[in-house]
Design a protein around this ligand. Structure first.
Ligand code: HPA
Ligand code: ZN
Length: 332
């Protein structure tokens, strides 16, 4: 099974580039940029990565992002993630970034997007990896702030395929961002939102009905509503599930309690993703391996999950077919 997991080409649809900041790069950039970080050494960092919920993670994740200042820093961050894609056979990736985390520290929007974009262009040239960029609004900030961020993004419209919604979920429902998502849709952006990660399934209904999203990020709380499950199945609405993340943030106490197998068996369109791999102990293959080691996941399940990742990607039908054919070829 592990051989199968490794050899299958995959797409990753839920990856926060700031969440791929490995401690080694964090130290290197802290030194270069003369930014203080609250750790003495790498071991200290690993020890701090012991979360009790989403917020305890976010506090550390935003503190880590402080070391990112220049275009080159964002290039290096993205390039290191691309090297992990090569290792894990990820041939298409859709990357989230959080501009507000950086612009509020005085880092220009342009430095962030250009660094990411140039690394992705090199990834295409050197490894043939295709990619898109999705800009997330921080939901703990206001809709007005999100509108300002959208305004800044318009100058880079050709580089950004869609907008998303992340950060502290509880108390910040999708309805708070109804107007800015409407405007983003009018501007031609694809729409995604984190929903039903920690908060209940009403947030998933809001994301579907008020934000008109094309994909749900996480969505694991949908299992509590039979009616919602039926709807997600009928619509084949993609759910980008991140198993390691859910365990590390205590959405499920143990791997054995994760509901991905039930969601999949019900017929939902599920993919497997790494979310914030530097913080959650592993990249996409490690997520698959953990599922296999803890749940009754079959080889057919793995193939379905991988095929779903391409089916749900923001790429044209021709490329989708080509990638699905690559999966079939790897299976021969
Ligand atoms: O899993 C997440 N949830 C919400 N916000 C985030 N920002 C990075 N990762 C996450
Ligand atoms: Zn996420």
């Amino acid at each position: 099974m592990i051989e199968l997991i490794k050899k299958l080409p995959k797409a990753e649809l839920h990856l926060h580039i700031e969440g791929s900041l490995e401690p080694e790069l964090m130290f290197r950039l802290a030194k270069k940029n003369d930014v203080k970080i609250p750790y003495e050494n790498i071991e200290d960092v690993r020890k701090a990565y012991n979360f009790t919920n989403l917020q305890t993670f976010l506090d550390i994740y935003y503190a880590g992002a402080n070391v990112l200042l220049t275009k080159d820093d964002f290039y290096d961050l993205t390039w290191e993630y691309i090297l992990k894609c090569v290792e894990d056979n990820v041939i298409h990736t859709e990357i989230f970034f959080d501009p507000q985390t950086h612009t509020e520290r005085g880092v220009p929007f342009e430095a962030v997007i250009t660094g990411i974009k140039e690394a992705l262009a090199d990834a295409k040239e050197k490894y043939g990896i295709t990619s898109c960029i999705i800009m997330c609004f921080l939901r703990h900030l206001s809709q007005e702030d999100a509108f300002e961020t959208l305004e800044q993004a318009l100058a880079f419209k050709d580089d950004i395929i869609g907008v998303g919604l992340d950060s502290s979920e509880l108390g910040n429902p999708p309805s708070k961002f109804k107007e800015v998502f409407k405007k983003a849709k009018e501007e031609g952006f694809k729409l995604v939102a984190h929903a039903g990660e920690e908060a209940d399934f009403s947030y998933i209904y809001e994301a579907l009905d008020l934000l008109n999203i094309n994909r749900i990020d996480h969505g694991v709380q949908s299992i509590k509503s039979p009616e919602l499950m039926q709807r997600l199945k009928d619509e084949q609405m993609p759910l980008t599930v991140c198993p390691n993340s859910n365990i590390e943030l205590k959405v499920f106490e143990t791997y054995k309690e994760h509901n991905i197998k039930e969601l999949l068996d019900y017929g939902l369109n599920i993919s497997v993703n790494s979310d914030d791999p530097a913080y959650f102990k592993g990249y996409v293959n490690q997520n698959f391996i953990n599922l296999y080691e803890n749940l009754p996941i079959t080889e057919d399940d793995v193939i379905t999950l991988v095929k779903n990742s391409f089916r749900s990607a923001f790429i044209d039908d021709e490329l989708k077919e080509a990638y699905l054919a690559k999966v079939d070829l790897a299976l021969q």
